[in-house]
Ligand binder design. Structure first.
Ligand code: 5AD
Ligand code: SF4
Length: 471
């Protein structure tokens, strides 16, 4: 084991992947180098997630695996950061006293000081702050993939979705300045990045706090350009030379405005891909969830998006078994899912998060009912994904190579503009980050198969959406 080596395990969302790349950057500036596994690393950092209960279980499982390693070699450093650390600071120090450092969601930049303190402490060094000190993007980064970078445009969330613990862990929404986002993007491009994913808990409310604080130039803030700041940002990033692909996650249906669809259509480097979380199809459940749109509005948005952006692929998040959900409510979720024809979906069983308002709602759904609904929903979303993929067979897609396929080294894997995963036979000289055209020959629910071709790209086959004028 080499003392100045590190291993980071990341749980949860893209925000955490981004934070982990920053943590790696901070450690590398301190002279640490990557280790292949936790056993051989001098420092192990677990970047935790608290969104659902199984994330808690995974962390405590991982910690119990690390305990004998730490006891065998006390010089090994164990660091726990992120959302669960923010939520469970005391429980963590109590349950795993062999941990060296616990830090939360607001102070990753303090890692060097905390590690120095841990050197001379016998108990875990715990530092959890209530407010953000700086955007993680201001810290050095070690990117996992050279051509792709996460760029955070806002942190925190001002919404109060009844199931969600995020606002209490990541604080109120705070937007980064437009100019800072654009200059970071330019620096990334100068460093070889061709694709970025903009990150925020609620990207399309981006900038409202800046307008309130008068921190935005008048021509953007007074509405005379008829664009929200998020649409403005997409246009500004569209002008960055050398940047080929822009994605973003996640917008909130209630804040969606037509100017964002127009920007997605008009800025060629904004990909034809949209993640639009539905959460539930029943209006009664949406109300209980404190999600202020209703199914009608959601389906209208889907129709408008598909009408505006040719070939658009839409993904979503859906929760089953929210407190009070009846069979009829669940049926509404199935109906809306079928009508929206999502190209892909992340589906979750409701998980009780202490401190959220949903915990106190009556009529929690029994586990076996939740399990059974989950399977029915998964069958539907898998069928919709397979249908969406099947429509791509016979087209030629623009693909950016990610690298060798994880399961078959005679193949490369890449992503289409719509974020579909494609596997195709290795072609000499085609490295990670390269753009190529792939003729799609076959499809499954979770991937496409194809071959590199000289043929020109054909448009993705659009997913038939709900008709704009639904009765
Ligand atoms: N239980 C189940 N799923 C949840 N999500 C957030 N909180 C919970 C919870 N308590 C899901 C939502 C969100 C995604 C990131 O995680 O669908 O969009
Ligand atoms: Fe959670 Fe809702 Fe905020 Fe998303 S928008 S982070 S689900 S509170």
């Amino acid at each position: 084991m080499s003392a100045r080596t590190y291993f980071i395990r990341t749980y949860g969302c893209q925000m955490n992947e981004h934070d982990s790349e920053r943590a790696a950057g901070v450690l590398e500036t301190m002279g640490y180098r990557p280790a292949p596994d936790p056993e051989s690393a001098g420092l192990v950092l677990l970047n935790t997630c608290a969104i659902r209960e199984n994330a808690d279980n995974k962390l405590y499982g991982q910690l119990s695996h690390l305990k004998p390693l730490k006891l065998a070699d006390p010089s090994k450093t164990i660091v726990v950061g992120g959302c669960l650390a923010q939520k469970d600071q005391d429980k963590l120090a109590e349950k795993a006293p062999y941990v060296d450092v616990v830090y939360g969601t607001h102070n990753m930049g303090r890692l060097p000081e905390l590690l120095a303190q841990a050197d001379s402490a016998s108990l875990p060094v715990v530092e959890i702050l209530e407010h953000t000190q700086m955007f993680p993007s201001a810290l050095p980064s070690m990117r996992e993939v050279r051509h792709h970078a996460w760029v955070s445009i806002s942190i925190g969330c001002d919404n109060t979705c009844a199931f969600c613990i995020v606002p209490s862990l990541r604080g109120p929404e705070k937007s980064r300045k437009l100019g800072d986002i654009v200059s970071e993007t330019r620096e990334l491009v100068a460093d070889g990045v061709t694709e970025i994913t903009l990150l925020g808990q609620n990207v399309n409310s981006y900038g409202r706090d800046l307008v309130r604080a008068g921190e935005v130039p008048a021509e953007f803030a007074d509405g005379s350009r008829n664009r929200t700041l998020f649409a403005e940002l997409l246009h500004m990033l569209g002008d960055v030379d050398g940047l080929d692909r822009i994605r973003f996650t996640s917008p909130h249906p209630k804040d969606f405005t037509s100017d964002v669809f127009a920007a997605m259509r008009d800025v060629p480097t904004v990909m034809e891909q949209l993640h639009l979380p539905l959460q539930a199809g029943s209006d009664r459940i949406l109300k209980l969830m404190q999600r202020s749109y209703r199914s009608r509005r959601f389906l209208d948005l889907v129709a408008e998006a598909r009408d505006t952006i040719p070939g658009l692929a839409i993904s979503t998040d859906i929760i089953v078994g929210f407190p009070g959900e009846t069979e009829a409510d669940f049926q509404a979720t199935l109906d809306v899912t079928e009508q929206a024809r999502f190209d892909s979906a992340f589906t979750f069983k409701y998980s009780k998060r202490p401190g959220t308002t949903a915990v106190d709602l009556p009529d929690h759904v029994e586990q076996h009912v939740m399990d059974e609904r989950f399977i029915r929903l998964a069958e539907l979303t898998k069928r919709l994904s397979a249908e969406s993929h099947a429509r791509q067979v016979g087209t030629v897609q623009e693909v950016v190579v990610e690298g060798p396929s994880k399961t078959d080294d005679t193949r490369l894997s890449g992503r289409t503009r719509h974020n579909r995963l494609v596997h195709f036979p290795v072609v000499e000289g085609l490295a990670s980050g390269a753009t190529t055209n792939v003729a799609v020959t076959d499809a499954a629910a979770h991937y496409l198969l194809g071959e590199v071709t000289d043929a020109a790209v054909t448009p993705a086959v659009p997913t038939p959406g709900p008709a704009t004028a639904l009765a």
